[in-house]
Unconditional design. Structure first.
Lengths: 76, 139
């Protein structure tokens, strides 16, 4: 299984906090977004991470990974 | 190196004292403290909620601390960041760098703060005086 988390305003836009999906072959971050987000287009400037490291849409995801999508950060 | 995410109000001066190196072993302490304003983009702000990504945030702050420790001739670093409900006047962040001399202390402190602002996963949601709630989208 792959765990997918959404944070901040993106969680509200997508209407999901956390979901789990089966890890298929050649599963990329882009495919995960399309599979989980019910046709919502990927907003500009969305950041993404695999296992808490920044990554990009073409990265491959494997079984057991944690994927996160979130808006630009505003800390400090 | 210390990185800490805390859900309650904190006294930055206490953290600086507690984390300070042995007297005589350092010559410069550069610090930055970020504090919540009661205004933003022309509106009066009543409170703010700071969300983070547990573990990724800490991991990212440790990563930039390690980069600073390798890149500059500094002795130690400290990052404290608030999360949760915050009120105007509350301290949001404390960044500090200790060194033998001022230049690397200033530079490392600035680097840590800029890197934190650019990439550390924190998000602000503010409540205005008219109770409108909105995510802050510019940093």
């Amino acid at each position: 299984m792959v765990t997918i988390k959404f944070f901040a305003s993106l969680r509200e836009e997508v209407g999901k906090n956390e979901v789990q999906i089966e890890a298929g072959e050649q599963l990329t971050i882009a495919k995960i977004w399309n599979q989980v987000c019910d046709g919502i287009p990927l907003p500009n400037h969305v950041l993404m991470a695999i296992n808490m490291e920044y990554t990009d849409l073409n990265s491959l995801v494997k079984d057991g990974d944690e994927v996160a999508f979130f808006p630009p950060v505003t800390g400090g | 190196m210390l990185v800490k995410i805390i859900p309650n109000e904190f006294n930055p001066w206490k953290y600086l004292q507690e984390h300070e190196l042995q007297a005589g072993k350092f010559g410069a302490t550069a610090t930055f403290i970020g504090t919540m304003r009661d205004y933003n983009v022309g509106d009066t702000v009543k409170s703010m909620f700071l969300e983070h990504y547990p573990n990724m945030t800490e991991k990212h702050l440790q990563k930039i601390s390690n980069i600073a420790l390798q890149r500059w001739d500094i002795l130690d670093t400290l990052i404290i960041h608030r999360v949760g409900e915050i009120l105007p006047g509350d301290n949001i962040v404390l960044v500090a760098a200790w060194a033998g001399h001022r230049a690397p202390a200033f530079e490392a402190c600035r680097f840590l703060m800029e890197e934190l602002k650019a990439k550390a996963p924190f998000w602000k949601r503010e409540t205005l005086v008219n109770n409108e709630v909105r995510w802050v989208d510019a940093n």
